[in-house]
Design a protein around this ligand. Structure first.
Ligand SMILES: *Cc1c(COP(=O)(O)O)cnc(C)c1O
Length: 373
């Protein structure tokens, strides 16, 4: 009996997104093996953190890397590092913070994850409007001796924000570090070094999304001195960041995942994603959809294709619920009454299962409507 049978847990196919609540992604055998290997022995956790981090930094063209328990934990650790700098006293006082406790964020980028910055004891200072960036002068003037950092989310509010290049220039001209949240910004793999090479001090990625590491893993990539502070104040050190404990299994599993991610054949991956999109498009046409289109971006602007189909009958929400009942998660845009099919996490076999399920669900709808009629 496996764990699914023993506990009565259901399996799903994920044709929607790398959502945490669906499990986000599945690890490869390399990660599973690394985790099993390290789980059976005692280690010096700081040594595992340092060596996996150095290896990941090498693989991703970064000066340094720190492995956290997720991108959200990474935000908290980065915020704590910016407020504490090198002071034991300042770190251990958190979340009671001293005078340097403000972290600037553009209002358009406000999102549910920014609470993780406040959880460290920081006070967010919002600049600009919901759909309009502050002026560069406003940003420069907002930086005072109370400013610990500027936070920047790559996707949230991207149309209402100052560009990262300008924020980096202004922040650095005033001696303030910039923390970048790029949690879901893969593919392309180049994003793992793009923002740090632009000058960002610390750049955060989720380990459990497209990188296919353990779901409870994340990466902070960045400049050597900042990674040293993450190592110093991050878990297992006591203090606010202790609640971000990262296991040796997560560190080893993420290292193995990054190695696989960097070595993967991107042409082959592109081909697999396009083949899946073509299958989705054919299937939607067979199901009676007439408005089917390809989007060249992932849900948060990543570089991969998805397929959108406007419902020819019924509502997108209804079809999503129907597909879920059959064990398949798909996405929808309810304003446009459109379903969204995302091939990123699917094997070719799963693509066929998604297509079969779509045919079944829509055939049922057509049949029952004919009956009513
Ligand atoms: C998913 C996500 C996070 C949280 O990532 P975890 O690894 O699940 O902690 C943080 N920020 C952004 C922008 C995200 O998309």
């Amino acid at each position: 009996m496996d764990i699914f049978e023993e506990l009565g847990i259901r399996r799903y196919i994920n044709a929607q997104d790398t959502f945490t609540k669906y499990g986000a992604s599945c690890m490869g055998e390399e990660s599973l093996r690394a985790m099993a290997e390290i789980a059976g022995s005692m280690v010096d956790l700081a040594e595992v953190q340092e060596k996996t981090g150095d290896a990941i930094a090498g693989l991703t063209q970064n000066e340094g890397a720190y492995i956290s328990n997720g991108a959200a934990g990474g935000l908290m650790i980065c915020a704590a590092a910016c407020m504490a700098l090198d002071s034991e006293e300042a770190y251990h006082a958190l979340p009671e913070s001293g005078t340097r406790r403000e972290i600037i964020l553009q209002r358009a980028q406000h999102n549910p994850y920014d609470k993780c910055i406040e959880a460290a004891g920081a006070k967010l200072v919002f600049l600009g409007e919901e759909s309009m960036p502050p002026s560069e002068a406003e940003l420069a003037n907002a930086i005072t001796e109370k400013t610990a950092a500027i936070a920047y989310f790559i996707y949230h509010g991207r149309d209402g924000s100052l560009p990262l290049e300008r924020v980096l220039e202004i922040g650095h001209a005033h001696g303030v570090p910039v923390i970048v949240d790029a949690a879901a910004q893969n593919p392309p793999a180049e994003n793992l070094w793009r923002f740090t090479q632009m000058g960002a001090d610390m750049v955060i990625f989720s380990g459990g999304k497209t990188l296919r590491g353990p779901q409870d893993s994340g990466l902070i990539l960045g400049r050597r001195e900042w990674i040293a502070r993450c190592r110093r104040w991050g878990p297992p050190t006591d203090g606010v960041c202790r609640c971000c404990k990262t296991s040796r299994e997560a560190m080893a599993g993420l290292y193995a995942a990054v190695k696989v991610y960097m070595a993967r054949d991107t042409d082959e991956e592109r081909h697999r994603l396009l083949a899946a999109c073509i299958r989705f498009e054919q299937t939607l046409h067979t199901c009676g959809f007439t408005r089917v289109r390809r989007e060249e971006e992932g849900p948060v602007g990543q570089d991969f294709p998805r397929v959108l189909g406007e419902m020819p009958f019924g509502s997108a929400a209804w079809l999503c619920a129907e597909m879920k009942a059959e064990g398949v998660y798909i996405g929808s845009d309810e304003r446009e009454n459109t379903i969204i099919l995302n091939p990123l996490m699917l094997t070719p076999g799963e693509v066929e299962e998604v297509c079969d399920t779509l045919l079944r669900c829509t055939a049922g709808y057509l049949a029952s409507n004919r009956n009513e009629w």
